[in-house]
Design a protein around this ligand. Structure first.
Ligand code: SF4
Length: 366
């Protein structure tokens, strides 16, 4: 047996920062980086326990469940290095055009049966412009909304005009998914066919239209802890309502196919640090959960997660929804939501509630 000296000053400093967040204060980037750099398992478990307290204080025992339907698959014009659906890589991923209503209704029925709050329509393309495709997308959103079975969300890429965002809102969309993926500094290593600025601009249009923002990123792409920290602060500045954390599941044929997996404690620590930085946001564990966390999946809630992507992902499989629901029940967590709504978030994370917040953001990671 190897005994290790545990530094009690770390215990006190983590508690001090946790207490500040519980009292409604914001931690600084420097303090957050100190948390990201904790190494010992005793310190990391201390951090998780405080992230769990913060989740309980701001989120109670409610867990928000979302699912997605791949509304247009493969042959994407973009070169995101993590993605099986890019036309730049040979991955064997399915390819089809924008779906008819039936698969969307099937996904809504499935979501309704399992008490899943929202179904997101996800399309593998660069973005959405005005034209017949926008009409079709709006039809699907309207049908889904009128069915009353679930909340229609969408993740349809880059938007280049306010009109498109307004049309989506008019069709009944409430929340749009658009990840920043990583820090501004690391982003060019993940994609060169569009820019971080394109993504920030899209979020500006969406917020101006009055849509809620689901925006997060992917960890395990080769980024540093500084990049993860800067991503969290950028998400705070743009006022993301839901923050999905994906963990890279390396897809054969993509440039990231040989990326080494992140250690489980590093993943849990990252989730906990996000909870310290984003105390009121829905922090959702999304793609790559099963393959990277295995038996430690249930610990994401103790690390501060308050939302879960359930059902299969776009190109990879997840564990069954029944298993996820049992996991929540065993932990005393409650996935039921009335009216498919959002939990209370009384500010944009940055302290303001202006819909123009994203367009006014000061870059934390430039
Ligand atoms: S992540 Fe989206 S934009 Fe990038 S290649 Fe995949 S489908 Fe296209």
């Amino acid at each position: 047996m190897t005994a290790r000296t545990v530094d009690a000053t770390n215990h006190a400093r983590i508690a001090g920062l946790g207490q500040r967040v519980l009292e409604g204060e914001h931690i600084t980037r420097e303090q957050a980086m100190w948390l990201f750099n904790l190494e010992g398992s005793a310190d990391i478990l201390d951090l998780l326990s405080w992230a769990n307290r913060i989740r309980e204080q701001f989120k109670g025992n409610k867990i928000h469940l979302c699912s997605i339907v791949n509304a247009k698959a493969g042959a994407c014009s973009e070169n995101c290095s993590f993605c099986a659906q890019s036309s730049f890589y040979q991955t064997g991923s399915p390819k089809y055009g924008f779906v008819d209503p039936e698969p969307v209704f099937e996904a809504a029925d499935e979501a309704n049966k399992n008490g899943v709050t929202a179904v997101g329509l996800v399309a593998a393309w660069k973005g959405l412009n005005e034209g017949p495709m926008l009409d079709e997308v709006c039809d699907r959103i309207r049908e889904l909304k009128e069915s009353g079975k679930t909340r229609p969300d969408a993740s349809l890429g880059i938007i280049k005009s306010q009109k498109v965002a307004d049309r989506l809102k008019e069709a009944g969309l409430e929340c749009y998914g658009h990840n920043l993926e990583s820090s501004r500094r690391f982003f060019p290593q993940t994609c060169t066919t569009h820019t971080y600025e394109d993504r920030i601009e899209t979020i500006g249009y969406l917020k101006k239209a009055g849509l809620k923002i689901c925006s997060g990123g992917i960890i395990g792409m080769g980024e540093t802890r500084e990049d993860r920290c800067d991503l969290a602060f950028s998400l705070k500045e743009i006022g993301a309502n839901v923050v999905p954390i994906n963990i890279l599941n390396p897809i054969p044929g993509t440039p990231f196919e040989n990326n080494p997996p992140l250690p489980v404690l590093e993943i849990l620590k990252t989730i906990a640090c996000f909870r310290f930085i984003l105390p009121r946001q829905e922090i959702m564990i999304a793609g790559g959960r099963t393959v990277n966390l295995r038996d430690a999946q249930s610990m994401v809630f103790m690390a501060g997660a308050s939302a879960l992507m359930v059902g299969n992902y776009l190109t990879t499989l997840n564990q069954s929804v029944e298993k996820d629901l049992q996991m929540l029940k065993d932990l005393g967590l409650d996935p039921s939501w009335e009216n498919h709504g959002f939990s209370d978030q009384d500010d944009n994370g940055c302290g303001c509630s202006k819909t123009s917040c994203a367009t006014e953001m000061v870059t934390a990671d430039a």
